[in-house]
Design a protein around this ligand. Structure first.
Ligand code: GLN
Length: 503
């Protein structure tokens, strides 16, 4: 069984298709692993063995009946608790939704089920996906499997930790300012967020609707591609959903693994993302990766994106502005928690005071202020202008290069508690991931090694123009193959064993 949990989603899918293992065995092995290690990780907010095993059993039955099933049929998937599901509760990491049971599945979840994936549990996250460390979750922090005293990143720390610790081969994430890519980098996993509008947001609890994007997290580039293939496409339930024919991302990743796409590839290094303050060990790994690319015939071009400097400031106005509007629906009447007594307003106010945590309240106050009469132009209006300038910076850059590479985050995962009293320090850590969200372009993070000073994983971020998502899978898989060749083993295989000894 231990061997089973170490299979990638692609390999697990192949063994399931070949009848070497059953979906029930796959689900059971991962449930056992969760039971074994999640006490030390806290990556899951909900599991339901009965529901997961029933779903797995039905896949086995359909296969036995001779039905043609998808490549990942029977593979377990962990679902970030921001996506509503009918088989398990959805809280978005907040008290205000404690015990909430959705009457419908998010579109991306329904697509995963239709492809035969088995929901193995709902993963922990920063409350309403606001945070970079997972410490704002109302249900306790998640621990990084590489070092239990460190954060796993956020907001999707539960998904990233689950994948890195072999609790699931595959997980859903959401990325508004980096919440898939940064936790992936911090846990040595792969994280992908596609072009804005490529994946349906229907049933994803909205935070900042103009930035939110659902995506995938796994241990390999191919596995993230396989999940993206399932969830990318038009959905009439989401007005921002793109009507676009996406090529096969898995085919792109498989092609990339041959290494061919690196020859002649123009790789942009953004001056503004070559952060002076970045951690030395992370920078060293990044420079090594760039040297590997040039050795393969890639051409490195330094590019200038002058407005990235304002990205964090603009994001932390746009985000709270949109989030404060989106969160108005938690009014004690329609969903979840209700507390207090007296008038409707009294109850609403008592419920929101009790149900929301400090970071959520901070953003509601900030966002409401930024949108208020007399301040709208100065704050929200100007932030929107910065957003346009960042989009233009990218457009210009992509006239010169095919992909942009940077560190996914300026540092590795920090110690639990370290930045909790200093929200600005955590916000600034998002400087590398936010620009892609502001421009709606795709981004991929993959592990390139560990930092010498702390032994924690370092992620490389790749970005491409909108609609060029496949290019990231091709390039990412090529780099991943080089890293595997260098280390003699896939990066994820070097993750600490965890298990009973460390629990
Ligand atoms: N860390 C960022 C924030 O707190 C990003 C969150 C996200 O992508 N969901 O807003």
């Amino acid at each position: 069984m231990t061997e089973l949990i170490r299979l990638t989603a692609a390999d697990l899918g192949a063994k399931l298709a070949a009848g070497e293992i059953s979906a029930v065995e796959a689900a059971q092995a991962h449930l056992d692993r969760i039971a074994e290690v999640d006490g030390s990780l806290n990556a899951f907010l909900a599991t339901d063995a009965e529901a997961s095993l029933a779903a797995a059993r039905s896949i086995d039955e359909r296969r036995a009946a001779g039905e043609e099933l998808g490549e990942l049929a029977g593979v377990p998937v962990a679902i970030k608790d921001i996506l509503v599901t009918t088989d398990m509760p959805t809280t978005a990491g907040s008290r205000i939704l404690e015990g909430y049971q959705s009457p419908f599945d998010a579109t991306s979840v329904a697509q995963a089920r239709a492809a035969g994936l088995v929901n193995i549990g709902k993963t922990n996250m920063d409350e309403f996906a606001m945070g970079s460390s997972n410490e704002t979750s109302a249900y306790g922090a998640v621990h990084n499997p590489w070092n239990l005293d460190r954060i796993p990143g956020g907001s999707g720390g539960g998904s990233a930790a689950a994948v890195a610790a072999f609790e699931a081969p595959l997980a859903f994430g959401s990325d508004t300012g980096g919440s898939i890519r940064q936790p992936a980098a911090f846990t040595g996993s792969v994280g992908f967020k596609g072009t804005y509008g490529s994946v349906s947001r229907y049933g994803a609890i909205a935070m900042a609707s103009s930035l939110d994007q659902i995506g995938s997290c796994a241990r390999t580039v191919l596995d993230t591609a396989l999940l993206q293939d399932i969830i990318s496409g038009h959905d009439a339930h989401d007005s921002t959903s793109l009507n676009h024919e996406w090529p096969s991302f898995a085919a792109a990743a498989r092609e990339g693994a041959s290494g061919a796409p690196l020859k002649g590839l123009r790789v942009g290094l953004v001056k503004q993302l070559m952060l002076d303050g970045a951690q030395e060990g992370a920078k060293a790994r990044f420079e090594e990766a760039v040297a590997m690319l040039t050795a393969q015939g890639a051409e490195v071009v330094e590019i200038d994106t002058p407005h990235f400097e304002y990205a964090v400031a603009a994001y932390y106005l746009l985000h709270p502005a949109e989030a404060s509007s989106n969160l108005a629906k938690f009014d004690s009447v329609r969903y979840g928690l209700r507390t207090g007594q007296g008038t409707v307003e009294d109850v609403m106010s008592a419920t929101r005071a009790a149900g929301f945590g400090a970071e959520v309240k901070r953003r509601i106050i900030l966002g409401t202020y930024a949108l208020s009469a007399g301040y709208y132009d100065a704050y929200y209006g100007n932030a929107q202008k910065v957003r346009t300038l960042i989009q233009r910076d990218f457009a210009q850059a992509f006239e010169q290069v095919d992909v942009i590479a940077s560190l996914t985050a300026p540092t590795t995962a920090w110690e639990l508690g370290k930045k909790q009293d200093d929200p600005m320090a955590a916000y600034l850590n998002d400087a590398t991931t936010i620009p892609a969200n502001m421009a709606g372009i795709p981004g991929l993070s993959l592990p390139i090694g560990t930092a010498a000073e702390d032994g924690m994983p370092v992620g490389l971020q790749l970005m491409a123009p909108a609609y060029e998502d496949a290019r990231l899978f091709r390039t990412g898989a090529a780099i991943e193959a080089l890293i595997t060749e260098r280390d003699g083993t896939p990066f994820w295989a070097s993750a600490p064993a965890l298990g009973k000894a460390t629990a």
